[in-house]
Write a protein that binds this ligand. Structure first.
Ligand code: DGL
Length: 259
């Protein structure tokens, strides 16, 4: 039972930032990663379409006998995880912007959140910000174009740095002391972010906390694999494998269609 794989999906390469944490915390587990890049970016899709894609990927991962599914995408989690939980018996762990720790720790009382339009307009995001954001100003900013630029390999480019600067400068001027990365693609921008953000601003991403939650669920449901299992990852993408090849060697990426 426990030696079945863990399914992980995102609209693209973003979920690889979470997969990195999962693999280091759970080195014996087998993972199946799916980048749904034929339909990316999810942030621009309607909630109905985000749910349709999340269902299609979940269905396919269940057919691969996955024992747990990690929704490695804030946009899919905030728009679809409830309906996934209602439809599939497999346990799910999702990721959503880490407003709670930022709101609890802020000294200036101002917290910035950078996320996709789909996440910022979701009901779950609004519930979380009103639950934890009392007495705290939450400055929301859509990271427009960032996902597409990361997918197309512009990670270290001057253009992406300038675009980030335009998103973040107004937050700095309004005295944020925490910046929440509300999209799994954004941790890949860490080198640029640490360069352009003043040192006192803390960057909050919850990949580590989500990996720990996966470990807790595996333990609770007694789904962890045997300790002698070597651990492996298989990578799939629904579109061109070019963007995955920035992070994974080409021979390890399999293109497939999931309608
Ligand atoms: N990595 C996804 C997220 O965490 C990106 C969504 C998109 O494709 O726009 O929200």
């Amino acid at each position: 039972m426990g030696n079945r794989p863990i399914g992980v999906f995102d609209s693209g390469v973003g979920g690889l930032s979470l997969l990195r944490e999962l693999r280091s915390l759970l080195p014996n587990e087998d993972f199946i990663y799916v980048s749904d890049n034929a339909y990316a970016p999810y942030g621009a899709l309607s909630p109905v379409d985000i749910r349709k894609r999340s269902q299609a990927l979940t269905q396919w991962l269940c057919e691969q006998s996955c024992k747990l599914i990690v929704v490695a995408c804030n946009t899919a989690t905030t728009n679809a995880i409830e309906s996934l939980r209602k439809t599939y018996p497999v346990p799910f762990v999702g990721i959503e912007p880490a407003i709670k720790p930022a709101a609890l720790q802020t000294k200036t009382g101002v917290v910035g959140v950078l996320a996709t339009k789909g996440t910022l307009s979701s009901g779950l995001f609004h519930e979380t910000s009103s639950a934890y954001g009392e007495g705290v100003r939450i400055l929301e900013k859509e990271g427009k174009h960032l996902v597409q630029m990361i997918e197309s390999g512009m990670l270290q480019s001057e253009e992406i740095e300038q675009l980030l600067q335009t998103y973040i400068q107004p937050m700095i001027e309004q005295r944020v002391d925490h910046l929440v990365l509300g999209c799994t693609h954004y941790p890949f921008l860490m080198p640029i972010l640490t360069r352009i953000l003043p040192q006192h601003i803390k960057i909050v991403d919850c990949n580590g906390a989500v990996a720990k939650q996966v470990e807790r669920v595996l333990n609770k449901k007694e789904l962890g694999c045997e300790s002698q299992n070597l651990g492996s990852t298989t990578y799939f993408c629904t579109g061109d494998s070019q963007s995955m090849r920035q992070f994974v060697s080409p021979e390890n990426v399999i293109e497939l269609s999931i309608p």
